[in-house]
Design a protein around this ligand. Structure first.
Ligand code: ATP
Length: 224
């Protein structure tokens, strides 16, 4: 679905990473780890065509991202749900409307009501639907961000530090939601610093861990 071959990227002419390859297959579950500033968020942005690789090839469902115009990118993004590091809510809209936004943008609001009710119950935010994002706790915000990422039924979920600043219990709860999505057949990639979260996932799901460090991507093994 998403494939990177020999990909490099840099800001302002300075290479951040190079010759990086990976593939997200249907139903796969990956963690992406590495030190702060290694380029995890940048790598996720390449996966959903927010950024274009400066070398190599990013293929999204078999199409080279480089040749995609805005409409093609918009189409492909509907197959990808992104949980952003900072949630990116519109604070003047209630939580329910924030979650519905991707469906509205996709012109599919008719699917909204039923999906929304189910999703709010699934993430445990039925009571908070009418509240505004600044009124939510950190864990509630992250769960709302996850609901928003999956309301369009994407095939791939890319989550950038979804458990950053959450306590252990809430991190586990979020991980369980992501594992449930994976069991429904979705491919999941989680960027995280939290090695305990990666270890805890092993009991629930078969995962691969990729480590981005010094401009290289390696598969992490038992050394985690
Ligand atoms: N828009 C930008 N312009 C210039 N430099 C940038 C930009 N975005 C990120 N960078 C730099 O690129 C490097 C990688 O950033 P990135 O956010 O991808 O790392 P990260 O591994 O996700 O970090 P963290 O774990 O702290 O979130 C950092 O040094 C960052 O300052």
């Amino acid at each position: 679905m998403i494939e990177l071959q020999g990909v490099g990227y840099g800001y302002g002419g300075r290479a951040l990473f190079s010759d990086l390859s990976m593939a997200l297959a249907p139903g796969s579950f990956h963690f992406l780890t590495g030190p702060s500033g290694a380029g995890k968020t940048t790598l996720l942005k390449l996966c959903y065509a927010e950024l274009r690789a400066t070398e190599g090839r990013v293929s999204l469902w078999g199409r080279d991202a480089r040749g995609m115009d805005r409409d093609a990118v918009a189409l492909v993004r509907r197959r990808i749900g992104v949980v952003h590091q900072d949630c990116q809510f519109l604070d003047h809209l209630p939580v329910a409307e924030n979650i519905l936004l991707p469906l509205i943008v996709a012109g599919r609001q008719d699917e909204g009501e039923r999906n929304l009710r189910e999703l709010l119950a699934w993430v445990g935010l039925t009571e908070q639907a009418g509240q505004y994002p600044p009124e939510l706790s950190g864990g509630e915000r992250q769960r709302a961000a996850l609901a928003r990422a999956v309301i369009t039924s994407p095939e791939v979920i890319l989550a950038d530090e979804p458990t950053g600043n959450l306590d252990w219990e809430m991190s586990q709860r979020l991980l369980t939601l992501l594992v449930e999505l994976n069991r429904m057949g979705k491919s999941v990639l989680i960027a995280t610093h939290d090695l305990n979260l990666i270890r805890a996932s092993k009991a629930q799901v078969a995962t691969r861990t990729l480590r981005l460090r010094n401009g290289r991507l390696q598969q992490a093994g038992a050394d985690l």
